[in-house]
Design a protein around this ligand. Structure first.
Ligand code: ATP
Ligand code: MG
Length: 405
């Protein structure tokens, strides 16, 4: 016997009152996008269940994908069975013979949404339980916490049986909390910050600052690959590449070395905020962690944050590096993050950045620059790409062409 579908239970979601349909629709779309890597799989959602039809796809692989998607409480691979009593009896017998081991307890938990079916749920429990005893006379029934629960559902199209329940990622479906702009470098911290924001339902768009020719196409691809990893948790993510070369050259030329970092970050923050406003985002998310590097002292954060009133969410702010790495490994971004491509900030980084920048000084240095013009040109020059779970070969092709030009 082969699993035909995976049945998804929303659990907690169902309690969300009026928002329920909105939550369910988001979850369905997210699941469809994350499962796009299995072309044969189709997804259908009704009021209280989601159905992922396998059409021959490997249920274990699809289960691994489902485990990552936020907003799923649990799910169960299921067999589709012809809706007749003899077929159901034969199915429970076969299933139990396959999974039963000496001493295991079981129960049948039937329910029917098709009320025209000849047996009601109590009768079904009885008849199917008896069918199991016919082939496994020593098996014990246990109502409370049995080893095996055979869930039988009589639906309008067919009957479905499941016995394995797999825990989902929990959290909220991505997109139900509104949109936030993730400042995504190629480092370890910002993808983890993005993941944690996704978990609470935030629909993220990735903003990446690139400074070609100082930064390589490899560094850009790395940021896009990290974004692709994040699509596993809630579907497609918009990737926004910001041209940052002019700004970095200007700062380097006109400001004192010790303030390069602070000035650079303030520009990143301003530009991200401008893009946020244009695209209807509500917050900015970054990977800052208190005390990790010079730009992440509280004084620095204050100087950098001073350019905007928009809430800046820092999901990893109080975590130790090792705690962040643990999550990066779990979400499979770590090995990409440690690839040796120079980031725009590493290249222009001073040996000794100021750890306690003074806002008064920062503002004075900025007067030497055409801040508004630089920001506007950067925002006007962004390149926007939709990153999906599937790696698109045309991405590589267009990158190749860009590099040749
Ligand atoms: P990460 O590991 O995320 O790169 P980090 O520890 O290297 O972080 P910084 O280099 O100080 O820290 O960067 C702090 C935050 O600023 C990053 O987490 C990220 O959110 C943002 N940031 C840095 N560089 C870039 C970039 N090139 N594009 C977009 N955001 C960036
Ligand atoms: Mg970094």
């Amino acid at each position: 016997m082969q699993y035909s579908e995976i049945m998804i239970r929303y659990g907690e979601l169902s309690t969300k009152g009026k928002n329920r349909m909105r939550f369910i629709n988001k979850l369905r779309k997210n699941i469809q996008e994350a499962l796009a890597i299995y072309p044969e799989v189709t997804v259908y959602f009704d009021r209280d269940r989601g159905h992922v039809y396998l059409h021959g796809a490997d249920y274990q692989e699809v289960s691994e994908s489902l485990k990552k998607i936020f907003g799923i409480q649990n799910f169960a691979p299921s067999y589709r069975i012809e809706k007749t009593v003899p077929a159901l009896k034969e199915a429970v017998q076969t299933i139990m013979q396959n999974i039963y081991k000496e001493g295991m307890t079981f129960k049948v938990a039937a329910r029917r949404s098709d009320h025209s079916f000849e047996l009601d749920s109590r009768d079904l429990n009885q008849v199917l339980g008896d069918a199991v005893f016919d082939v496994l006379p020593n098996v014990q029934v246990q109502m409370k916490k049995p080893d095996i629960t055979l869930r039988v559902e009589i639906r309008s199209d067919a009957a479905y049986i499941s016995h394995e329940e797999i825990r989902g990622a929990g959290g909220l479906p991505v997109g139900t909390a509104g949109k936030g702009m993730l400042m995504l470098s190629g480092g370890i911290d910002s993808p983890v910050a993005g993941y944690l924001a996704l978990k609470r339902g935030v629909d993220i768009e990735a903003v990446h600052f690139a400074s070609p020719p100082y930064t390589s196409p490899g560094a850009l691809k790395k940021a896009q690959d990290l974004t692709r990893k994040l699509t596993a948790f809630g579907g497609n993510i918009t990737f926004i590449e910001v041209p940052f070369t002019e700004i970095q050259e200007e700062i380097k030329e006109k400001a004192p070395e010790a303030y390069l970092m602070t000035l650079t970050r303030r520009f990143m923050m301003r530009i991200t905020d401008r893009i946020r406003e244009e695209r209807g985002g509500l917050v900015i998310i970054n990977g800052e962690s208190l005390g990790q590097v010079a730009s992440q002292t509280m004084e620095s954060m204050q100087a950098i944050n001073a350019v905007t009133n928009t809430p800046v969410i820092r999901p990893v702010v109080t975590m130790d590096k090792l705690e962040i790495i643990e999550i990066a490994e779990k979400i499979d971004t770590f090995n990409i993050s440690i690839q040796p491509f120079e980031d725009c900030c590493t290249i222009f980084a001073p040996d000794r950045p100021k750890t306690n920048p003074k806002i008064k000084n920062v503002e004075q240095y900025e007067q030497r620059l055409d801040v508004e013009g630089l920001v506007e040109r950067a925002v006007a020059g962004v390149r926007i790409l939709e990153i999906t779970a599937l790696e698109d070969e045309s991405d590589d092709l267009s990158r190749l062409i860009d590099n040749l030009l």
